[in-house]
Design a protein around this ligand. Sequence first.
Ligand code: HEC
Length: 234
Amino acid sequence: MKRIGFFAVIVLVLSCLNDKNQPSPTSSGADTNSGTVSNPSTPASATCSPDTVYFNQTILPLITSNCAMSGCHDAISHKEGVILTDYTHIRAYSSTTNPANSTLYRSIVTGYMPPKGPLAASQMTSLLKWMQQGAKNNSCLASGNCVATNVSFANTILPTLRTNCTGCHSGSSPSAGIDLNSYATVKVQAANGKLVGTISHAAGYIAMPSATVSISACEISQIKAWVTEGTLNN
Ligand code: HEC
């Protein structure tokens, strides 16, 4: 048993160490023109195009939840020197001229990252499309369309949690021992006040998804409404 445990640790450590055959930040996949990295944030548009992949609504939560967790590519751990917590850093590993060959896309599509298991095909497609569309720091808030009454767990709450939280809060060893991928386990965090406290960055709670990243105001109001409406399994 001891030997098996030791072996598992070695495999885990090796999977985090730099592999010379794998893409590195300086490989040709990344755009070298640093001018493109400091793309200014484009103003949030009020009408969302279904054909556009928005950085702040899709790519940032995807990367934050699956790659920037503690111990991996967050600012403190920065495994292999890679930080993936914000636009500038994520943009540096992306490419608009050859998206399929970008460091970020290749490391994911080859199954090298994330170590805990592959992203969904739809998530990889979104990442590629975002680069093909110019890897912009764009946002779509659609504030007029926020419906925060009769909120459905299955259609609204769970998809929000799966976009923003389950990269860390699911699987065999979820962060803080908290699984947010099922009704029963989410209900527990709703009942103890931590679900609403963490997402609204309230005093006395650990800010989630991180101290610098919030889910949208609409998503927060939907989760609050779902809680006050009785945390129904609807
Ligand atoms: C990048 C990884 C990551 C993401 C994404 C993330 N969390 Fe966390 N979460 C953690 C870690 C790590 C802890 C434990 C923090 C600590 O103890 O300092 C934690 C703790 C928590 C706690 C317990 C807080 C407490 O006071 O005990 C809740 C509730 C929680 N997260 C909810 C969420 C929700 C809701 C989301 C999505 C909106 C989310 N988390 C997204 C990593 C993450």
